[in-house]
Design a protein around this ligand. Structure first.
Ligand code: PLP
Length: 416
C-alpha cells in the first residue's frame, strides 16, 4: 500500500492545473448545456482567499462529473481535467487500499454509502436478469441484521427478496447455521440467485462479518451469488489498522466495495465511493441518457466534481503512511477507553481494529448516554446498546468526564 504525501503547494498546483483543463464558462462560448458557474453574487469568484483554496475554487467553477469516468471511451469532455482526478482517486482506492490489479476496477464518487450500496444491488440484479434470464422474484439479497438500512432500502426499491440473518447477541457474529438454513429454504422456494452483502464494519457495532466462513459455506452449497462489501464505515480505517485481512480485490469472491469518505476521511457530505471489478458497470448503463456523452452508469446523474477533489486532497495531504498513523491513533484512543470501561466493569462490544464501542445498556443510564450524545441501537424499543464512535474531535478531557460520570453512577447504584 503506497501513495505519496504531497505538500499543500503541490496539491494546490495539481487542482488548479486540472481546473484549467476543464472548460471555463467565463472564457469559452458554451451554448448547449443547462449548467454554469455558481451564482456570482452569492458565490463570488474574486474573493482573495480563493487563490489558496482549490476545493472552494472547484465548487465555484461547478464542474459536473455526471456519468462514470473510469470506463474509458467517450465521456463528457467539458470537465476532463477534474474528471481525471476522480479517475486517479478511484484507481488509488481500488489498487492501493483494496489491492486490485492495475486498471482492473471501475467506480465513481456517489452521493454516499446509501447510493453506492444500491448501485451494487442494482448491478447484480440486472446481471442475474441478463445473464440467467432471472425474474426479480428469483433473486434475493442476504445481509445480517446489523447491516445498514440502505440494504433494506435497496431491496425494496429494486423489488428483490431480502433474507436477513441474525447475529449472536453478545459478539455480533453472523449466525452461519441460520445462513445455511435460510438459503436452503430460499432455494426450495424458487430463489436461484443471491446477492450477498458483507459488512466491513457495521455502523452500530463496528463488527466485521467473517467473509471467509461465509464464502466457504456458499461455495460448498453451490450457491450462485455475487458479493458486495459495505465498507462505508470501515473502508478508510480497517485496511490500515489490520492490513492482513480478506477484504481486498485479491479475494476472488468479492466483486464490489462501498466506502464513505465523508465519515473517517472528514470530507464533505456527498463523497461515497463505489468500486467494482471491470465488466459490471454495463449492467446499469442507461442507454436513454442520450444527451450525456458515454451515457450514464450511475444512480445519481449530475454530481459535483468538487467532491472528488476533496477526497483526493485529503488522501494526498497525508499519504498512505500518514493516514495509517492517523487511523492508528484513533484505534489506540478507543482501546484506552475500553481499558477504563474494563476497570469499572462495564460490558461492551468492540472490534480491536475499529473505533466503535457499543456499551451494553445495563452499564449506563439513559441520562448519561444522552448527555454525551451516545447513539442507541434502536429508538423504537428500549435500547440494548449505546455506542461511542471515537472520531477525531473527541478529546481526552471529554473521555475523562464521561468515565467519571459512569463511575459516579456506579457508586450511586452500589449505595442503593
Ligand atoms: C454510513 C453507512 C452507510 C450509508 O452511508 P450514507 O453515506 O449515510 O448514505 C452504509 N453502510 C454503512 C455500514 C454505514 O456506516
Amino acid at each position: 500500500m503506497h501513495w505519496p504525501k504531497l505538500t499543500s503547494d503541490k496539491i494546490k498546483k495539481r487542482i488548479i492545473e486540472a481546473l484549467t483543463k476543464n472548460v471555463n464558462y467565463r472564457k469559452t462560448p458554451i451554448l448547449g448545456v443547462p449548467a454554469t458557474y455558481l451564482d456570482p453574487e452569492v458565490f463570488y469568484d474574486d474573493a482573495p482567499f480563493l487563490n489558496n483554496a482549490p476545493f472552494l475554487s472547484t465548487l465555484i467553477a461547478n464542474p459536473n462529473h455526471i456519468g462514470c469516468h473510469t470506463l474509458g471511451g467517450d465521456t463528457e469532455k467539458l470537465f476532463k481535467g477534474t474528471q481525471e482526478i476522480e479517475k486517479e482517486l478511484i484507481k488509488l482506492c481500488a489498487e492501493q487500499i483494496f489491492y486490485g490489479n492495475p486498471d482492473a476496477q471501475d467506480g465513481y464518487i456517489a452521493s454516499g454509502g446509501t447510493e453506492a450500496n444500491i448501485e451494487a444491488l442494482w448491478i447484480y440484479r440486472n446481471f442475474f436478469i441478463k445473464q440467467y434470464n432471472a425474474q426479480p422474484n428469483e433473486i434475493a439479497l442476504i445481509y445480517s441484521e446489523d447491516s445498514h438500512y440502505s440494504l433494506a432500502k435497496g431491496s425494496n426499491i429494486l423489488n428483490i427478496n431480502s433474507i436477513k440473518i441474525s447475529v449472536e447477541p453478545t459478539n455480533r457474529i453472523l449466525n452461519l447455521l441460520e445462513l445455511e438454513k435460510k438459503t436452503e429454504l430460499a432455494k426450495a422456494n424458487g430463489i436461484k440467485h443471491f446477492i450477498v452483502n458483507m459488512n466491513l464494519s457495521t455502523t452500530m457495532f463496528g463488527s466485521v462479518d467473517d467473509i471467509d466462513k461465509v464464502t466457504m459455506l456458499l461455495n460448498r452449497k453451490n450457491i450462485n451469488y455475487k458479493l458486495h462489501v459495505d465498507a462505508a464505515f470501515g473502508g478508510f480505517i480497517y485496511p490500515f489498522s489490520n492490513p492482513e485481512n480478506s477484504y481486498t480485490f485479491k479475494n476472488p469472491y468479492i466483486t464490489s466495495f462501498t466506502i464513505d469518505a465523508h465519515k473517517m476521511l472528514q470530507t464533505p457530505y456527498g463523497t461515497g465511493i463505489f468500486l467494482i471489478r471491470k465488466g459490471y458497470m454495463q449492467y446499469v448503463r442507461t442507454t436513454e441518457a442520450q444527451y450525456v456523452a458515454g451515457t450514464d452508469h450511475t444512480l445519481c446523474g449530475s454530481r459535483s466534481g468538487a467532491n472528488a477533489i476533496a477526497v483526493w486532497m485529503v488522501l494526498h495531504n497525508y499519504g498512505s503512511e500518514g493516514w495509517k498513523t492517523k487511523m492508528q491513533t484513533l484505534v489506540d484512543k478507543t482501546t484506552d477507553i475500553c481499558y477504563q470501561l474494563d476497570e469499572i466493569g462495564i460490558r461492551y462490544f468492540r472490534n480491536p481494529y475499529l473505533n466503535i464501542i457499543a456499551i451494553h445498556a445495563s452499564g449506563i443510564s439513559g441520562s448519561v448516554a444522552s448527555k454525551y450524545f451516545l447513539v442507541a441501537d434502536s429508538y423504537e424499543h428500549e435500547p440494548q446498546w449505546w455506542k461511542i464512535v471515537v472520531m477525531p474531535h473527541i478529546t481526552r478531557g471529554s473521555i475523562d468526564s464521561f468515565i467519571s460520570d459512569l463511575k459516579s453512577e456506579i457508586k450511586i447504584k452500589q449505595r442503593n
